[in-house]
Design a protein around this ligand. Structure first.
Ligand code: SF4
Length: 365
């Protein structure tokens, strides 16, 4: 079997944030233990061969108790021959972080922590329903840097109440703390979320396009000055800290997704597990799933979408012959508008194109 990465979904949260539409529930510790039992059964049934990187995301994986973390990582190690170097990441919310929890995570085998900071501004954090304060975020990041070292923080820009100067301070705080990896996402108003409803009712002011561009522009400039490589639309890393598991999504590495709502990809098809914790637990390792066979058109779109997200770009020689005339035609207006650039047989999004990547990519399809 080909080299694969493993993604584990832990869909439990203490509360729901105003912008989030990820699948998660507020169910308590008892269900969480039974969920991890089912995860272990699914891992036993589906993991074999060589495993490179592991990523446990959510939800809020930092709610997972030390025993459950150990059991899960133990099964993954027994079932898959771990290729080295292996990056094993666990997502955490700042308010769950303690020195004890970080030591347990390290003992279980995690060597990277991804912290959901989102902002270092208390007013913004309160408005979007995050449970931590700016001080707690700083403390959690400092502790994780001290005890794990390989730390990523998530930031969001374009949030209601957030000014360009607020976001500038967030970026400066992350740089000053020496965080080696930063993911910064533009806010999207996902249907059904609290922010989406507030916008729909006209009770909040959206960040203007100009202000959002100013935020993205300052993010790129400041992080470049501070020695971070901008290697994907939303991702920036100090040398040696590019996220290996997530990079697998953009270079076409196969992955097995375990847990409710988790997706898998093996080059020929995509699979997604039932998005329901109760059904997932009851199935005890044999969850209901749906499967989609990938057509040539889907594979081509996937190639464009994943490669163009990265600064390495799309090697035109990798585009299958039947799709080349289509791409040759569709890229022209975006080259002229300065959204794309082409050099040495490689097509890339420009800085402006990175900011408008959704529009450019959907136009190319
Ligand atoms: S942002 Fe994270 S903590 Fe908040 S509801 Fe979504 S998954 Fe849960």
């Amino acid at each position: 079997m080909a080299r694969q990465n493993v993604y584990v979904h832990f869909p439990f949260c203490r509360s729901r944030c105003a912008y989030c539409d990820f699948y998660s529930t507020l169910l308590g510790a008892d269900v969480q233990h039974r969920y991890v039992d089912a995860l272990c059964r699914e891992a036993e049934a589906r993991i074999s061969g060589e495993v490179q990187h592991v990523y446990v995301g959510g939800g809020t994986p930092s709610l997972m108790c030390p025993d459950d973390m150990g059991r899960l990582m133990g099964v993954l190690s027994e079932r898959g021959r771990r290729l080295q170097p292996s990056e094993c990441t666990i997502e955490a919310n700042p308010d769950d972080i303690s020195a004890d929890w970080l030591r347990h995570a390290r003992t279980a085998g995690f060597n990277r922590v991804s912290l959901g900071v989102q902002s270092f501004n208390d007013d913004v954090l309160r408005f979007v329903g995050r449970r931590h304060s700016a001080t707690a975020a700083r403390k959690a990041a400092a502790l994780a840097l001290d005890l794990v070292g390989n730390v990523s923080i998530d930031l969001i820009y374009g949030l209601p109440l957030q000014t360009v100067d607020d976001f500038r301070r967030d970026v400066e705080t992350a740089i000053a703390m020496g965080v080696p990896h930063i993911s910064a996402y533009a806010l999207t108003y996902e249907e059904g979320t609290r922010l989406w409803r507030l916008r729909h009712e006209g009770s909040l002011t959206e960040t203007s396009d100009e202000a959002e561009w100013e935020m993205y522009d300052l993010l790129m400039n400041r992080l470049a000055d501070a020695g971070y490589e901008h290697y994907e639309i939303s991702n920036f890393a100090k040398p040696g800290y590019v996220a290996k598991h997530n990079s697998g999504y953009w270079d076409g590495t196969f992955y097995v997704g375990l847990g409710a709502a988790a997706h898998s990809y093996d080059g020929a098809c995509r699979r997604w597990n039932v998005a329901d914790v109760a059904q997932y637990v009851a199935a005890d390792g044999q969850p209901y799933f749906e499967l989609e066979m990938l057509t040539d058109q889907m594979r081509y779109e996937e190639l464009l979408m994943t490669r163009l997200r990265t600064r390495r770009g799309l090697r035109l020689a990798d585009v299958p012959e039947p799709f080349r005339p289509q791409l040759d035609q569709k890229k022209v207006p975006h080259l002229a508008a300065g959204n794309l650039e082409e050099a040495d047989g490689t097509l890339r999004l420009t800085r402006k194109g990175l900011f408008r990547s959704d529009d450019v990519l959907s136009d190319l399809f």
